[in-house]
Design a protein around this ligand. Structure first.
Ligand code: ATP
Length: 213
């Protein structure tokens, strides 16, 4: 029987701030026909991040601004409603499935996450339940041998088959961008004008004591 559910890629992250790499990754999943929609979901309390994050409301608004004009990209604010702490992906997806029964979820991640995916909360179960699409990130080894250290041959194959091929690489990260923003700079123009203006107005990422003229 045909699957009538809407293929929805859950793309979680800190999005602190959202940048061109995030958007390219999400666009690529739609363009490749892997998802009808990609939901960019700013994490409520990301399990692996220890740095203090910007407020959820700011990360949500910036992600909305970053997605504007990109067909198929939506921002998912549900994690604030679920308020899971920590917001483990497997728990968030279970809640989303319950809330949106007409959707079939898959997971979209960056290549760096693929290398550490075995450390995620209930990783084996996550992989068994959801297709995992990944986007290569510069500097990340994508070797089957690496994956085989932690996964069975079948699981390794499943993970590798979800890796998007022949896509441009983006050597950018929110960390690098935050460093530029401390000085009021948009490093490599990696964030769009609307997001940059939001940051400049709100004072996010500015070093304490700095003033804008
Ligand atoms: P930070 O530098 O603060 O750790 P980040 O740039 O890695 O942030 P996140 O919001 O933590 O961004 O990432 C969300 C998701 O996007 C993750 O799955 C990550 O692997 C992926 N991602 C982020 N930047 C890239 C990139 N340049 N290429 C491929 N994937 C990326």
């Amino acid at each position: 029987m045909a699957d009538l559910k809407i293929k929805t890629a859950y793309f979680g992250g800190s999005f602190d701030p959202p940048h061109a790499g995030h958007i390219a990754l999400a666009d690529a999943a739609v363009a490749a026909g892997l998802a009808d929609e990609v939901w960019l979901a700013p994490a409520w309390v990301p399990p692996h991040k220890h740095r203090r994050l910007s407020p959820f409301s700011d990360r949500l608004r910036m992600t909305e601004l970053a997605c504007e004009g990109h067909a198929g990209l939506r921002v998912c604010a549900d994690e604030s409603e679920f308020a899971l702490a920590p917001s483990y992906t497997i728990d968030v997806l279970a809640k989303l499935e319950e809330k949106y029964p007409s959707r079939r979820f898959l997971l979209l991640i960056g290549g760096d996450m693929l290398a550490t995916f075995h450390q995620w909360h209930r990783a084996k179960e996550l992989l068994a339940k959801y297709p995992v699409v990944s986007y290569p990130r510069p500097g990340e080894p994508d070797s089957a041998a690496e994956l085989r250290k932690h996964w069975s041959a079948e699981e390794t194959e499943k993970l590798r088959s979800g890796l998007l091929a022949a896509v441009p690489l983006f050597d950018i990260s929110s960390t690098k961008i935050r460093r530029g923003l401390e000085k009021g700079q948009n490093t490599d123009n990696s964030i769009n004008t609307e997001v940059f203006e939001y940051i400049m107005k709100s004072g996010l990422y500015r070093k304490k004591g700095d003033k804008i003229d």
